[in-house]
Ligand binder design. Structure first.
Ligand SMILES: [Zn+2]
Length: 376
């Protein structure tokens, strides 16, 4: 039997006083999801694997039934796949933020300081032209990747400090461990200061900061594991990277952005058409998490309403009635502080009649949910 798993990123949250003491989901109008809950089944599960903090990579891998032994050490090996660069065995990839430091050389921004999106694009262009021995891959805005050969490291067991967790710290101290493990990284880091001089202002000096080192991806094939031909509809680098790493077919779609301005109906249409050739379709919708990270709870409410009307409404009206549908979320993201929260998260299953209802009532974990979706 065919199945669609829809993961709405960061959908859950806590009650918000500004929304009349309700969650964003409770405040939003969602007649199609309500229909699922009424005629099908809904419950709660914990999508975050034990011993991990709730974030999309581990929660999505958990929802897709991938065990912890396969989890990559960081996101970069998945993001590089999403960027269309399959890492060779003799290469590693690092995340590489556009950061800024003050005149005392303290880290003051992990996300591009006061540069505009256009300036950040220019900065990426300048560095791409300036480097050799490393491959610089821009993702979006301040987020980039750096690929280089393993042989350029004296040792690979370095854990550079994430820039977003070290604001106010001395940059020399933060960069020292990774620079001591690779002369090439050291050269790249200090020459980035020269290249980015053009953007300097009285408060900000800019640099590219490499961290989050990862070897290539070794996730198992979804098709081999579950004997289901699988495809995915997603744009956010992490979800796209996971789907590609699991060997799923992931079409590139114009107008699908991974944010609240995405084309939701195109996502629904694509999911429906993929079901003609694939037995399992994974859909990831990211804008809810983006709105919550921007602390925009009204934006999150409005986007949930759009998901219901433009995505869920279309999907339910256009797929075969025997196709199993589950809508769930990976984790909660609180739009008051913009942070992920560890909470049980809701899921909705279409039309769980008599026999199906018993099975649905037993769904208490991501593994139970996947077993239900993959059962005949
Ligand atoms: Zn998030």
């Amino acid at each position: 039997m065919k199945a669609v798993l829809v993961v709405i990123d960061g959908l859950a949250d806590n009650r918000i006083a500004g929304l009349g003491d309700r969650t964003t989901f409770a405040s939003a109008k969602h007649r199609y999801i309500d229909g699922l809950a009424r005629e099908g089944f809904y419950g709660y599960l914990d999508a975050c694997p034990q011993g991990y903090v709730p974030e999309s990579m581990v929660c999505i891998l958990n929802l897709l039934g991938i065990s912890k032994e396969f989890y990559p050490p960081g996101r970069s090996s998945l993001e590089v796949l999403s960027a269309g660069y399959p890492l060779a065995e003799d290469e590693v990839v690092l995340r590489c933020n556009l950061i800024s430091i003050d005149n005392q050389k303290r880290l003051i921004s992990f996300n591009g300081g006061s540069l505009t999106r256009e300036e950040m694009e220019k900065a990426s262009e300048y560095i791409t032209k300036a480097v050799s021995k490393v491959k610089f891959i821009p993702l979006a805005d301040y987020r980039n990747l750096l690929v280089l050969k393993k042989k350029y490291f004296t040792h690979l067991n370095v854990t550079p400090s994430p820039p977003h967790e070290n604001l106010g710290e001395s940059i020399e101290k933060l960069i020292a461990p990774i620079c001591s493990s690779s002369e090439i990284i050291k050269d790249f880091f200090y020459s980035s200061a020269q290249v980015l001089r053009a953007f300097k202002d009285p408060e900000h000096n800019y640099l590219f900061y490499p961290w989050g080192i990862s070897p290539g991806n070794h996730l198992p094939s979804f098709q081999k594991m579950y004997k289901r031909k699988a495809a995915a509809v997603c744009c956010a680098d992490i979800a796209r990277g996971i789907a590609l790493a699991l060997g799923m077919y992931v079409p590139k779609l114009q107008g699908v952005t991974g944010d609240t301005d995405t084309d939701l109906q195109l996502k629904a249409k694509t999911a429906c058409s993929l079901l003609a050739d694939y037995e399992f379709v994974f859909v990831h919708i990211n804008g809810t998490d983006e709105a919550a990270h921007k602390c925009d709870y009204w934006g999150k409410v409005k986007f949930i309403e759009r998901i219901d009307e433009e995505f869920v409404g279309y999907l339910l009206a256009n797929i075969d009635k025997h196709t199993k549908v589950m809508i769930c979320t990976d984790h909660a993201t609180d739009p008051l502080n913009g942070k992920h929260v560890h909470l049980p998260v809701p899921f909705f299953i279409r039309e769980a009649f008599i026999n199906g209802l018993e099975t649905c009532q037993q769904i208490k974990s991501p593994a139970d949910a996947l077993q239900y979706l993959l059962s005949e």
